[in-house]
Design a binder for this molecule. Structure first.
Ligand SMILES: [Zn+2]
Length: 94
């Protein structure tokens, strides 16, 4: 399923969230993947893991590697993954 969202100038956070499944499934057109990668490279709130589960990040990293995403972006995702993991493993404060 391919959802047609976004505009010529780049994706918003909502666009990226909506397309993430298709992105991970490799069902998007190359230009769509590019726009998502562009957004993730620039958007701290998306790449910061607010909307991404750790599992999604693992897939995202693989996908980025497979699509030859900029090393900088892969690094960023890896960093976020570590942060998410640490957050999960930290002793609960509840
Ligand atoms: Zn965003």
């Amino acid at each position: 399923m391919t959802t047609m969202v976004g505009n010529a100038n780049g994706y918003t956070c909502e666009d990226v969230e909506g397309l993430l499944d298709d992105f991970l499934d490799g069902e998007l057109a190359p230009w769509q993947k590019e726009k998502i990668e562009e957004h993730l490279a620039e958007c701290g709130s998306c790449a910061g893991g607010q909307s991404f589960e750790a599992e999604v990040l693992v897939q995202l990293k693989d996908r980025l590697r497979a699509t030859k995403a900029p090393a900088e972006l892969v690094d960023k995702v890896e960093r976020v993954m570590r942060e998410v993991k640490e957050g999960e493993e930290a002793p609960g404060d509840a």
